[in-house]
Design a binder for this molecule. Structure first.
Ligand SMILES: [Cu+2]
Length: 574
């Protein structure tokens, strides 16, 4: 696949696999729904978000975004539908109408911060402004972004530049049609309030949107049970705990520029954030795994979203200590064979790198009875300035003949999807090449502990944090394609994402790859401070779709970078 996190030593997972395989808490189940934003206990059997399916071409859903302060001071965020279901899967077909009413029930738990926040003061002064145009950004503002969908970036559809809903506003209606040509696959929804996206997403505000029909694009997956897996990150539940005794001793923990545990280059030690899988927490230091129940040797399609705020994933499925082949059929919502060139293609890989915001859909075969099996994430080298993403367990795969099936199964007799009516992106000549670059600056260059500003700059312009009042940073024309070189001039990884469209990876680190498939989020390697050139990726950007018109955003999908200003504004003219 397009990027390959630096694997450290192989002993890492051998040690890892020895830790707390069968937590005593495994039999605990989700807490009751009477508590706001309920979460399952660690070690729980993995549940799935409930499916909400469109009916007669319409998906009607009401979501309330809520938050709840916990006894440890942390604040959970969640979407609850009209029947009390948390972060449901929105399942739609191409051409369907989505009518989604969003209630904002967010509370301010930190009044001191509220009074010191000029945006919040503005909100109080202005008294319930028009949600379409207010552009208000505060801890209690919210909106929705439908990550990966090629729908118009306008109010009530997929605008996040000025759409902002406040507590006390009447329910806000999103109403849009899933394009007939939207590739079938895994998309997602989350809030996108500049400056506060991390707060809400890290707290758990995210969910999956599935465009049905992946088995129509690739009949290899026809008839397979499908399992939605959302991996989120969150602040550490046990921040003061020493690392597990089964881990090698690591250098003293350092803090990176974002205030998170810094990458120590060992694959061990305290992570920057804890992970959860379908809300089952897998906390540091022992990483008690969730339990995935499967029938022996049963193949399933796993649809994995990395909804983390900052954590990179590098997934493996181990039988004993041996990584298994995982059959990738789609990336970022788009089947790999979308180019029409590679038939019912399956890319068999032993590890899958997923940046924050990215999705991978792959075939997993359960182990034979009696074989221990784990879903793990291996360490990711995020760079000297990056966060610590160590090796850790996520789930144990437990097989038995009468394991329950996942709630949804793909059609066994799919009607093939018609081929795309547009020429393959890789064969279209770009009208221009642009260069953009990620960079970071210490506000006080003499003080390594001073605040950092984050920039995503069009080459030739002045590096400045994103300002929603600045107007567009660049202008493109609908109907064209462009090549963008994205450089990383900082010492940590960034994940480039653009709204409203997909792109093709042409070059990675100066090497031509011409991937015959599409992405909407891509990792950009870090600068080591020594190489003669900055690391870069070259992307072919697709502005051909008539829905890709208007003002929208591109940014780093590490949300503290995005909130810190690593974002830009593109205007696509009709
Ligand atoms: Cu970044």
């Amino acid at each position: 696949m397009g990027w390959s996190p630096n694997p450290l030593t192989d002993i890492t997972l051998i040690v890892l696999a020895g830790v707390c395989l069968i937590p005593s808490c495994a039999t605990l189940r989700a807490q009751s729904r009477t508590e706001p934003c309920p979460r399952p206990a660690q070690g729980s059997v993995l549940g799935e978000p409930e499916d909400l399916r469109s009916q007669n071409g319409v998906l009607n859903v009401e979501l309330t975004v809520e938050n709840a302060k916990q006894s440890d001071g942390s604040v959970r965020y969640c979407y609850i539908d009209q029947n009390g279901r948390e972060s449901p899967n929105l399942r739609v077909n191409p051409g369907d109408l989505v009518i989604l009413k969003l209630h904002n029930d967010l509370k301010e738990f930190d009044p001191d911060a509220a009074t010191s926040n000029p945006h919040h003061m503005l909100a109080i002064a202005a008294k319930q402004p028009d949600p379409c145009t207010s552009g208000l950004m505060s801890k209690t503002s919210t909106n929705l972004h439908f990550h990966g969908l090629t729908i118009p970036p306008v109010c009530h559809q997929d605008d996040v530049l000025t759409t902002s809903i406040q507590p006390g506003d009447p329910p806000f209606e999103y109403r849009f049609r899933i394009p007939e040509n939207q590739p079938p696959g895994l998309y997602w929804y989350h809030p996108h309030i500049h400056g506060f996206t991390k707060l809400e997403v890290l707290g758990g505000a995210s969910g999956v949107l599935i465009v049905e029909g992946i088995e129509r694009a690739n009949k290899t997956v026809a008839g397979l049970p499908e399992r939605v897996i959302v991996i989120r990150d969150q602040d550490l539940l046990n921040p003061d705990a020493p690392p597990s005794k089964s881990e090698p001793v690591v250098p003293k923990m350092l803090i990176d520029r974002d205030g998170d545990a810094a990458n120590n280059g060992t694959g061990f030690g305290k992570p920057a954030k804890d992970l959860s899988i379908n809300f089952v927490p897998v906390p540091y230091p022992d990483y008690p795994p969730a339990i995935i129940e499967m029938k022996p040797e049963e193949p399933q399609l796993w649809r994995v979203l990395n909804a983390s705020g900052i954590t990179y994933l590098n997934l493996e499925v181990l039988f004993g200590h041996t990584p298994q082949k995982l059959g990738v059929v789609a990336l970022d919502g788009v089947p790999l064979n979308q180019s029409g060139m590679i038939g019912d293609y399956v890319d068999w890989e032993t590890h899958l790198g997923i940046p924050p915001g990215g999705r991978v859909e792959f075939i997993v075969k359960a182990p034979p009875a009696g074989t221990p099996a784990l879903l793990v994430t291996r360490t990711v080298d995020t760079g000297a300035g990056g966060e610590n993403d160590p090796n850790r367990m996520i789930a144990k795969i437990k097989v038995s003949k009468d394991a329950p099936e996942p709630q949804s199964t793909l059609s066994a007799t799919p009607k093939p999807l018609p081929p795309s009516s547009l020429p393959w992106l890789g064969s279209v000549a770009p009208v221009r090449t642009r260069k953009l670059y990620f960079s970071e600056k210490l506000l006080d260059p003499n003080n390594p502990n001073s605040a950092t500003e984050f920039y995503l700059t069009v080459d030739g312009q002045k590096p400045e944090p994103f300002d929603p009042k600045s107007g567009p940073n660049l202008v493109a024309k609908q109907g064209t394609v462009e090549d963008w070189i994205i450089e990383n001039r900082s010492s940590e990884l960034h994940a480039f994402h653009i709204h409203q469209l997909h792109f093709m990876l042409i070059d990675y680190q100066g090497r031509t790859v011409n991937e015959p498939f599409l992405r909407d989020t891509v990792n950009v390697p870090y600068y080591n401070g020594r190489a003669l050139e900055y690391p870069s990726v070259k992307l072919r950007m697709d502005f051909r779709d008539p829905n890709t018109v208007g003002d929208f955003l591109y940014h780093c999908h590490l949300l503290e970078h995005e909130d810190g200003g690593m974002m830009g504004w593109i205007r696509v003219e009709p």
